[in-house]
Ligand binder design. Structure first.
Ligand SMILES: Cc1cc2nc3c(=O)[nH]c(=O)nc-3n(C[C@H](O)[C@H](O)[C@H](O)COP(=O)(O)OP(=O)(O)OC[C@H]3O[C@@H](n4cnc5c(N)ncnc54)[C@H](O)[C@@H]3O)c2cc1C
Length: 262
């Protein structure tokens, strides 16, 4: 059984700011990390590997630096890494990204289960996984916090309002993962990190995956970003002083003024 996990290197979004003049993201000096939701997809895949002996291939589309998140995944127990890296991919929106990832997966040929994160913490669209399933013409189940494989089917726990749905799909299928209900954060051991250096990591270009250049990059991207801007700053709060009785009186006056109480 072959599992493919799609992983994305993202800027640590807690540290990214928007340049108010150019309305672009200021990434300089911001560390890059493995998208947390892709940690979840990988950790669930590693559980399936422990049970079934499956082989795990991780794929990432990005610049050469994205090799570091692939090595991290290899250190955690994935078997093989593929980086899609080519100037032709630059400027791709989610539609073109999912087309390229699907083309790479088709080239691998032998795949049973594709695992993605629910979303990337920089783009936040949650569109890439469904896009890959569309391009491959396979079933997809999104927003899962558990996944297992039995008798040629994937069985998942899908989060819905107020509970879970247990769903299954014939393989090959694509699942997008949020945090597994039994998630335990893992980091590569010293030995794991050492072994990761020996594991295969291939870099594929657009030509390798036989992708149509018109469907990649800006030309292949129907999305146009109009403007990026930070939310308006909240007005500063007011600080009152006094003893407990005075402060309670002040609070009551404010609540009355705002018609919260009579
Ligand atoms: C017009 C336009 C131009 C853009 N130009 C660029 C650019 O030049 N360079 C750039 O880096 N980004 C660019 N982007 C952003 C890029 O399109 C998205 O980051 C990418 O398509 C993934 O979308 P997302 O971040 O919303 O991921 P989501 O759809 O939220 O991600 C869901 C899951 O899909 C998988 N996934 C997503 N992206 C990748 C990936 N790259 N590799 C492997 N798996 C992945 C992961 O499993 C992830 O958890 C551009 C976006 C637009 C709209």
């Amino acid at each position: 059984m072959n599992i493919i996990v799609c992983i994305k290197q993202v800027p640590d979004s807690t540290r990214v700011k928007v340049d108010p003049k150019t309305s672009t993201l200021v990434r300089a000096g911001v560390p890059s990390i493995l998208n947390p939701y892709d940690h979840f997809a990988l950790s669930q895949s590693l559980k399936i590997k422990a049970k079934t002996g499956a082989s795990i291939t991780v794929i990432s589309m990005g610049p050469q630096q994205a090799q570091s998140v692939i090595r991290l995944a290899l250190g955690l127990g994935a078997d093989k890494g593929i980086l899609l890296s080519d100037r032709a991919f630059a400027g791709s929106d989610t539609w073109a990204t999912s087309y390229a990832l699907a083309a790479a997966i088709k080239k691998i040929e032998n795949f049973d289960l594709i695992m993605c994160g629910q979303m990337a913490i920089d783009g936040d669209t949650a569109q890439t996984g469904p896009g890959i399933a569309f391009h491959l013409g396979i079933p997809q189940i999104t927003f899962c916090d558990g996944a297992d494989v039995e008798d040629g089917k994937v069985i998942v726990k899908k989060i819905i309002d107020g509970g879970h749905q247990i769903m299954q799909a014939d393989l090959p299928a694509l699942v997008t993962m949020t945090m597994p209900f039994d998630y335990e954060a893992r980091y590569p051991s010293f030995l794991g990190a050492f072994k990761a250096q020996q594991k295969p990591l291939e870099v594929w270009t657009a030509a390798h995956i036989g992708a149509d250049p018109k469907k990649l990059g800006l030309e292949g991207s129907p999305t146009r970003v109009d403007r990026i801007f930070p939310p308006p700053a909240r007005p500063k709060g007011e600080i009152f002083s006094g003893n407990a009785t005075e402060l309670a009186d002040t609070l009551i006056q404010i609540l009355k003024k705002e018609s919260v109480i009579k």
